[in-house]
Design a protein around this ligand. Sequence first.
Ligand SMILES: [Zn+2]
Length: 228
Amino acid sequence: MARKRACAYCGAEATTRDHLPPRALFPQPIPNGVELVTVPSCARCNGSASDDDKYFAAILSSSSRAQERTEGLSVWNRLLTGARQHPEEKGLWRGILRNIRPSEVYSPGGIIVGVLPAHTGYSERFRRVLQRIVRGFFFKLRRRRLPDDFVVVVNESPSEVFWNENHDLAADLARNGCFCPMKGVFRLWSTAEAERPDVTLWYMEFLESKAFLCLTAPRDEWDEALYL
Ligand SMILES: [Zn+2]
């Protein structure tokens, strides 16, 4: 009897496949020759079946930096068109706009000195998608789920700073090569601890505008302070 496939995220029976990174991050239609990684997933964990991926892609593509590029602008415009066509997404977009609305910056005297273009913090929902991507790639790499007593820690880490200030780590990541299914959309570097291969590090760059350093580690080694 064929063994049922297990969900890469929760271990339940898989009925679908989830795309890595989320399809919502790619211009549509996805150009020929671009191959996305997929992992077995149950319906509940599948990101594209939920609004999480749309939310994630909207936050990332909303920045002016992302929209300077064809790919980012195309993703943002498609999401906006979708929002106009689907009034039922109103709740989702209210959440997105709450997170990307420009915020004014005041000087000590109360004079507006500037306007921050984007959000100042990442929501639980945003972080959840990043963690799912790491869990998915971990499954792909190790052919098993991340152990239950492990967590995924995520931190924003701008590439212009990261590659200049972490020489050993950067060299280690670079040695393993870069996974880039489509230029301008997504790049991934990863490495693992030699003695504890489940302790892994992932550097992910989205829409050439935002980058995150993510780590899988035993829960008891990390406290809340390290979370985004
Ligand atoms: Zn699942």
